[in-house]
Design a protein around this ligand. Sequence first.
Ligand SMILES: *Cc1c(COP(=O)(O)O)cnc(C)c1O
Length: 356
Amino acid sequence: MNRVFNFSAGPSILPVEVLQKAQKEMLDYNGSGMSVMEMSHRSKIYVELFDKAQSLFKQLMNISDDYEILFLQGGASAQFAAIPMNLSQGKKCLYVDTGAFAAKAIKEAQRYADVTVAASSEESNYNYIPMDYDIDQDASYLHITSNNTIFGTAYPALPDTGDVELVADMSSEICGIQRDVSKFGLIYAGAQKNLGPAGLTVVIVKKSLLGKQLGITPNMLNYQVLAKGKSMVNTPATYPIYIAMLNFEYMLNNGGVKAAEKNNRQKAAMLYDVLDSSSFYVPIAKKDFRSIMNVTFTLPNDELTQKFINDAGQLGLVNLKGHRSVGGIRASIYNAMPNEGVEKLAQFMSDFERNI
Ligand SMILES: *Cc1c(COP(=O)(O)O)cnc(C)c1O
């Protein structure tokens, strides 16, 4: 077996322990004589697994009973439409434009709701998070992207929205940093960055916000219908939910989100320290808004960038190419990335600069 250090932005690295457990249980889950993949989602054994996944997630994120947890499909992108359909209530919806996914969420919401872009950092190619803007108290919600996967920026603190519900796309930081769920009306995330395989989308929504959807809302995007049906209105992503369950278990056994955040901060600091002591690498995100999940930077030219990627690959440090809209390098260092991988990358960065 030859595992690499996989810095992919998503789908991304999972703990070896989780993959090994799944491997062990592949042919015979818990004495059932079958794989989780082959089970009816209505069977007792699967419903138990599903309930366990939800309860572990609830524990991990410290979610109160005021919230409904939904395990859905369609990715974070389906939520771009579901959110305005379920929460706009004919009122203005505020969005902060902090990157490509935020911009997609805005574009989709404009089809169903009266959208106002409260602030944007587009003019500087999204290298910071705007923090200073008015929040119209007549609006239904304010939508933020708490960690911007492509640009490597994150909110250092949550905006104070007053009576306006705070809604966040947490796809690339969920369970990697402590966020107080009680401050949010809704949180959503595609699982494939930090929770499990692609195919599962988690939504945490305040129960008091259910039942206010627009008439056109399809059942499969209607939070009230989905909540009543316990996320099983149709066949859920049975296997991705199983892997996420194993990962939730793994995270809880390793100190939960608190320990993960501490570890993620240490990993990120290793890379930012190299960047800050270099005159060769240029970090993309402004200092106050640096992500601890996606570290982005550029090299002096495309040729050196390509050489960096190739040479790193030789050492088993893979998927470091930055997103095409930014260029340069992006190292995604989600929870499952071991310290050893980041140490190796930091060392490689220093060596590469010295030898150029
Ligand atoms: C990856 C990502 C998305 C897109 O997720 P899908 O599940 O592919 O729809 C949206 N927002 C953020 C912040 C992401 O990182």
